[in-house]
Design a protein around this ligand. Structure first.
Ligand code: P6P
Length: 334
């Protein structure tokens, strides 16, 4: 019986094919992420059974959000599984105010990993899909001056070596790109392995779903309101449905597979956008472009944005070419 390819085999084969000189270090790093997400999946699957789904004693993270216990567990799993890989120099998490240094040694510490350990965690208590999002950068060559860990992290999205997410939904799926297309793997809990289930994912050139928090629509800038009216009017020649889960990973995963558009424009409460550039928008944008889609902040390509702080926010519009090109006609760069 031939077993489907595992994510480890896929990563190794891709590294051998694309970077014959690769030392296997990159695939070793990615295996740290897959291990952490299996630990997280095990906890997410039993969240209602133990007293871990509730807020972690009301503690608040840098975002000022009540930290769910699963957030803490997920963050610790990633820090532990990546921290002992030996080739990760710096880790930066949505849960931590500052980056964590794990390997200052320039010879070994080649990589920087930025992640949102459990995105959408406010949905855990109502059993809605949540996710882990990650972005892998190369640590710049040894500088001729001292550089802080934060300087190692703050790189524009086009410098990402790899990016991906795990969506803890009806099944647990690992979706990633290393710059050569997007591939999806489904966790088989009976053997504890991610097996290839969605090879070479391509985002449809157009879709019939738009996704945004309609409660904010009255405070979107005018161009976005006109665009949503255009989608609803049928002028595009397509009938659209509205779907919004409130977990970026779940809303994007649907957009990746079905096409259409996800929008989080500027709002009255978040005039610069709500989503985080480094560990939400950048990895999602890399995946979208690798699958044939587009991602902007309404004025420019997400991957071209220069980050200025670890937790900075951005507007994010991401989706199929047809919907993104139509959007650009309504929302011209400032
Ligand atoms: P709103 C979850 O908190 C999150 O960061 C993303 O996963 C999600 O897309 C967004 O916020 C939802 O925000 O304002 O619609 O609840």
């Amino acid at each position: 019986m031939s077993t489907p390819m595992t994510v480890q085999q896929h990563i190794l084969e891709e590294q051998r094919r694309l970077r014959p000189a690769a030392s296997g270090e990159f695939s070793w790093l990615l295996s740290g992420i897959t291990l952490a997400t299996k630990l997280i999946a095990a906890q997410v699957r039993r969240a209602g059974l133990a007293d871990i789904a509730g807020a972690a004693g009301g503690a608040a993270n840098i975002q000022g959000e009540v930290v769910q216990k699963l957030d803490v567990i997920a963050n610790q799993a990633l820090l532990n599984c990546l921290g002992n890989r030996g080739n990760v120099a710096v880790m930066a998490s949505e849960e931590d105010d500052e980056p964590v240094v794990s390997q200052r040694d320039w010879e070994h510490g080649k990589y920087v990993v930025v992640f949102d350990p459990l995105d959408g965690s406010s949905n855990i208590d109502v059993n809605v899909s949540v996710g882990t999002i990650f972005s892998i950068l190369r640590r710049a060559p040894e500088p001729d001056r001292f550089r802080t860990p934060l300087e190692d992290v703050l790189q524009p999205g086009f410098k990402q070596l790899a990016a991906g997410y795990v969506v803890y939904g009806s099944s647990t799926m690992f979706v990633y790109t290393a710059g050569n297309g997007v591939n999806g793997f489904t966790l088989d809990p009976s053997i504890g392995a991610y097996l290839i289930s969605h090879p070479n994912i391509r985002m449809p050139a157009s879709g019939s779903i738009y996704s945004c928090n309609e409660a904010n629509a009255d405070t979107f800038p005018g161009g976005y309101r006109k665009y949503l009216a255009y989608l609803r009017s049928g002028e595009s020649g397509r009938k659209y449905s509205s779907r919004y889960i409130g977990s970026l990973v779940a809303d994007f995963h649907r957009t990746l597979l079905k096409g259409g558009i996800f929008l989080y424009p500027p709002t009255a409460s978040h005039p610069s956008g709500k989503l985080r550039l480094m560990y939400e928008a950048n990895p999602i944008a890399f995946l979208a472009e690798q699958a044939g889609g587009k991602a902007t902040d309404g004025t420019m390509r997400i991957l071209d944005k220069t980050p200025h702080s670890l937790h900075e926010r951005t507007a994010l519009m991401v989706g199929s070419g047809a919907e993104m090109e139509a959007l650009a006609r309504f929302v011209s760069p400032a």
